[in-house]
Write a protein that binds this ligand. Structure first.
Ligand SMILES: *Cc1c(COP(=O)(O)O)cnc(C)c1O
Length: 379
């Protein structure tokens, strides 16, 4: 498979970047070896359940092709995507994988699903009828137990139980449900959903189950079922709201320093003049902004990392630029062309997400196309 040269940061320090022409303003470095270690971690935690990888939304923004190829090399055989189009793209990359499509079989998509050997996750009686009408075959049945999003309602399950002919054309691969609050293990809805799922799945044809996503994997076997669906845990985000992160970081977001300025006089930084400098101080102006998916909301609320040292983000984040107070870094140790880590080094993805009042999932999936993606490790 054609791919860019693996990128290895200079071990002498995370700010070293190999020479390219022109130097990229922003780099998204994806460590596929760390991804592989996280896959083994979640697979081992889930065992004896099998571990599928969720690679929707371009593998959470990290790049579908390298991520899927590497997971396949690590022995992952089953993949979940959100849409039929994502499934078609993944099929071109992995001819032999089992690919599940979470949006199921929307009317009109049956031929595309069949042509690419995709397995729809059927979410409603209409989808079951569509899939059956198009010849049927292998499918997952999704039972809603508390998300009120996709999935068969309790009533629809009763209908299927009363009219088993509705499922005659369907080879039920798994019965699936999705937990709303697994990120908060003590939440009472977890037990409620598991109880309801147990009750409803017995009314459907006997099949293996799929329950847990990344958080469920690290709870008990009840939260997993026979097939778990790991997303954020593979990509280094914390699946829990109130526990330490059980996986290692995969992504580094690096911003090139355009200018370093020593500030000797009082003044303010950026739009809205929201940060007053305390002279003497040193500012680094970095070439990544909210257009790249680095959230505007983190201005004055987050740190970046320079050579492993935490340095505060000051003023508002602009579209293409972010200012960092690097007074803690000696003048001769930092210059234009060096890179600051906005995510990575001493700053975690989840910390940036919290500063922006969101979750790691949203940060990763919004990282922009202007960032140059570089991959560490084989794929
Ligand atoms: C996105 C998604 C997952 C993956 O969840 P993570 O928390 O990222 O592991 C699993 N199942 C369903 C139905 C999803 O939509």
């Amino acid at each position: 498979m054609a791919h860019p040269q693996p990128f290895r940061p200079d071990p002498s320090g995370p700010v070293a970047i190999e020479a390219t022409d022109p130097p990229p303003p922003g780099l998204l470095v994806v460590d596929l070896d760390a991804l592989a270690r996280n896959f083994r971690r979640v697979r081992d935690a889930a065992s004896p359940a099998e571990c599928a990888a969720v690679v929707k939304a371009d593998a959470y923004g990290l790049g579908l092709a390298p991520v899927a190829a590497r997971l396949w090399l690590e022995g992952c055989k089953r993949f979940f995507v959100a849409t039929v189009d994502e499934g078609r793209e993944l099929r071109r990359l992995l001819p032999d994988a089992v690919i599940y499509v979470l949006e199921g079989a929307p009317a009109g998509a049956e031929a595309a699903l069949h042509a690419s050997h995709l397995v729809p996750v059927l979410n409603s009686l209409e989808q079951i009828a569509c899939w059956t009408g198009a010849g049927g075959g292998k499918a997952v049945l999704h039972v809603d137990t508390g998300m009120s999003r996709l999935g068969l309602t309790e009533r629809e399950v009763e209908t299927l139980a009363a009219q088993p002919g509705l499922l005659a054309g369907i080879d039920v691969d798994h019965v699936l449900t999705h937990l709303a609050c697994a990120d908060v293990p003590s939440h009472e809805l977890n037990a409620t959903q598991l109880y309801l799922f147990e009750r409803l799945r017995r009314k459907l044809p006997a099949a293996p189950t799929s329950i847990g996503a990344s958080a469920g994997i690290f709870l008990d076997p009840e939260h997993r079922g026979d097939l778990v669906r790991a997303g954020i845990g593979l990509y280094g985000g914390n699946p829990f709201a109130d526990r330490a992160c059980p996986v290692e970081p995969v992504v580094t977001l690096r911003a090139r320093i355009v200018q370093v300025r020593d500030v000797c006089a009082a003044g303010t930084v950026g739009y809205g003049a929201t940060h007053a400098v305390q002279p003497p101080c040193r500012l680094a102006v970095c070439a990544v902004g909210y257009a790249d998916g680095y959230p505007r909301a983190v201005g004055n609320r987050c740190a970046a990392s320079f050579d492993g040292v935490r340095v505060p983000v000051v003023g508002r984040v602009s579209m293409d630029l972010t200012c960092i107070d690097v007074s803690a870094i000696p003048a001769d140790a930092i210059r234009p062309g060096d890179y600051v880590d906005l995510i990575g080094g001493a700053v975690t993805l989840d910390e940036v997400a919290a500063a922006a009042n969101t979750i790691g999932y949203e940060i990763l999936t919004r990282l922009g196309s202007r960032l140059e993606r570089r991959y560490i490790g084989e794929f």
